[in-house]
Write a protein that binds this ligand. Structure first.
Ligand SMILES: Cc1cc2nc3c(=O)[nH]c(=O)nc-3n(C[C@H](O)[C@H](O)[C@H](O)COP(=O)(O)OP(=O)(O)OC[C@H]3O[C@@H](n4cnc5c(N)ncnc54)[C@H](O)[C@@H]3O)c2cc1C
Ligand code: SF4
Length: 571
């Protein structure tokens, strides 16, 4: 039974409500409070305060009970999240465990989640690339999904805006398919990465190996110091939470910034069950949350609602927000809500060895992870039997070999002496997938979670286009590696379920036509003008770039629009 105490209605009324406090919700909170709106941030998980709530951040390897490994019992109890590379003893406390928040896999899907203030922004690998014109024109050019209602020029200033605040390191590489941004100095490539970059440049006119662009403060500006963040120390322990604020997270940056404004109220342990639609006013009036500790239902009211619960949970909230006007989910006149879910394809890899540069002994630390090969397939014209293309990571490294033979002094000697391996090189594929109506999420009709909210049913799968792309990646990278003189080349593909790329998108896509899309060009619901969706759910297509920078830019742009419309009395 909802708490409808009239006296407290005023206390529960805000200018704006933001659902979710992660990567995109943090930005919504920052932008709305910067503009003076009294804003309620609702987060289903616990609070995680910057520095104070990073329990492992300064621990040495030997201080971990299991030396960083998770016990077998925990791994076996969590087969899904255990497949994520970052689920280790140092960061497991920031991941949702398999049994705590069940969902229905109509087809196998590894749903990796972080339910806490900051969401997955604590855990991400910080890779940040802009989309280009080739990405926004993709669906129209190649005839899938629907046309994006915007083009690169519409979002470019907002990329600049969020990059300056978040702090993105990178070089100005001058590549049209991967536009440059407002960069802090790049983390340099090492000697073998540089060798490969030069080789690729000399051999291919349209392929590049660049320093990966990432959300790290390689050289902070005043705006970063004002957030209380300082230079990245290149410790590479980021997923534990960084006490320096060296990488961008909502916890280190946008959430404390919003709270400092005095306009924000943060309410953790508050799972949003649904958005309330006011039939008379023809707009949303607020949200109904369940306090996850007391199980009490409480309503909060506001003029503007930003939905930033992360793509699939945003779909869940919208599908669960039914009314006489919207029996199939809020704003779902088109019937596409929950459909055209897409993601990325990370299921091909290649590794090899390089016999040169033995005089270089670095096994180095590069928070950016090394190199990035922007998409080079089907950019200017269709040239393969599959649609779209893939970007690739590239890195080269040597590692300390520690022979365990010997006893006593000889064992000690073996363990401490410098014994570097030769150079290893590796790459992984980051492919675009094509959004399809048959890839969907829906509410399960029978199963509920512990708060009585329907469980999400996920039904998405790779297709033939992904298989062909995988094959092409292996062929192309093998050719590039061979021509660079790399040896012992081993390519592998796997049959993983979707999800592990952790880039789920779509379900409430943007488009010009309300008959085929949920959101307009401002991330505003066609049918409910005071509701904005700016996380991955809004994505019409997926490109192959890492998505979070684009969510941030969409959020800042939508917040600016929402407040100006509010001031004009239009919402
Ligand atoms: C290991 C890892 C590596 C990654 N690497 C990269 C990378 O290199 N580059 C990149 O771009 N992206 C990367 N990502 C993905 C990136 O983290 C996400 O794209 C990003 O966090 C999405 O932002 P969001 O705001 O949509 O969701 P989140 O950051 O997940 O935040 C959503 C928040 O909403 C809350 N919430 C959910 N449902 C409700 C509800 N009903 N009521 C109230 N609150 C709710 C959640 O608890 C959460 O705090 C990575 C992710 C992981 C886990
Ligand atoms: S690499 Fe940088 S951002 Fe990551 S933990 Fe170290 S100092 Fe922090």
């Amino acid at each position: 039974m909802a708490n409808l105490n009239i006296d407290s209605v005023k206390d529960r009324t805000f200018d704006a409500i933001v659902i979710g406090s992660g990567m995109s919700g943090g930005w919504a909170a920052k932008e709305l409070t910067d503009k003076g709106l009294k804003t309620l941030i609702l987060e289903r998980g616990r609070d995680v305060k910057h520095i104070k709530d990073y329990p492992t951040t300064n621990m040495y390897p030997w201080e971990f009970e299991h030396r960083g490994e998770l016990p077998v019992a925990i791994k076996e109890a969590n087969p899904i999240v255990n497949r994520c590379y970052a689920f280790g003893e140092d960061a497991a406390h920031f991941f949702v465990k398999d049994n705590d928040h069940p969902y229905v896999q109509e087809k196998p899907f590894d749903w990796i989640r972080g339910y806490q203030v900051g969401g997955k922004s604590l855990l991400w690998a910080r890779q940040t690339q802009r989309w280009s014109e080739f990405d926004f024109e993709g669906p129209a050019r190649d005839g899938f999904a629907v046309d994006w209602p915007i083009r690169y020029k519409d979002i470019a200033p907002w990329y600049s805006y969020v990059e300056k605040f978040a702090g993105i390191s990178g070089n100005r590489d001058g590549i049209p398919e991967l536009p440059d941004g407002e960069f802090l100095p790049a983390f340099p490539l090492n000697t073998v990465e540089t060798y490969f970059s030069n080789h690729v440049k000399s051999k291919y006119s349209n392929r590049h190996v660049i320093s990966a662009r990432c959300a790290h403060l390689s050289k902070p500006n005043q705006i970063h110091l004002d957030q209380g963040r300082v230079q990245c120390q290149e410790r590479i322990l980021c997923q534990r939470g960084c006490p320096f604020g060296g990488y961008f997270s909502a916890n280190a940056s946008t959430i404390p910034w919003a709270l400092k404004s005095g306009h924000a109220t943060l309410r953790p342990f508050s799972v949003v069950q649904e958005i309330i639609y006011d039939e008379k006013k023809g707009k949303a009036s607020g949200v109904r949350v369940i306090d996850t500790n007391t199980k009490e239902a409480i309503e909060y009211y506001a003029d503007i609602i930003f939905v930033n619960a992360a793509a699939l949970n945003t779909n869940l909230v919208l599908l669960n927000s039914t009314s006489h006007r919207f029996p199939n989910g809020l704003g779902n006149d088109s019937g596409v809500l929950g459909k055209y879910v897409a993601f990325h394809n990370y299921s091909a890899h290649i590794g090899a060895e390089y016999d040169g540069d033995k005089e270089w002994t670095t096994d180095g630390r590069n928070p950016a992870g090394g190199g990035y090969i922007p998409r080079f397939r089907n950019v200017y014209k269709q040239e393969t039997d599959f649609l779209r293309g893939y970007a690739s990571g590239f890195s080269a490294y040597r590692y300390q070999q520690r022979p365990w033979d010997g006893v006593g002094a000889s064992l000690k000697d073996n363990l401490v002496k410098d014994n570097l391996s030769g150079w290893k090189v590796g790459s992984h594929m980051m492919g675009e997938t094509i959004p399809k109506e048959s890839n969907y999420v829906a509410l399960d009709k029978a199963l509920k979670d512990q708060w009585g909210i329907p469980q999400l049913k996920i039904s998405v799968a790779y297709d033939d286009n992904d298989e062909k792309m995988k094959k092409d990646y292996v062929e192309q990278l093998t050719e590039m590696f061979t021509s660079a003189g790399f040896t012992n080349i081993k390519a592998s593909t796997d049959n993983r379920a979707p999800g592990l790329d952790i880039h789920e998108m779509g379900g409430a896509r943007m488009g010009n036509d309300p008959k085929t899309s949920v959101l307009n060009k401002w991330n505003q619901m066609h049918a409910v003008k005071n509701v904005f969706v700016t996380d991955g759910a809004c994505m019409t297509s997926t490109s192959c770039q890492n998505p979070s920078l684009t969510y941030m830019a969409f959020t800042a742009r939508a917040a600016d629009y929402a407040v100006s419309e509010m001031k004009k009395g239009n919402i």
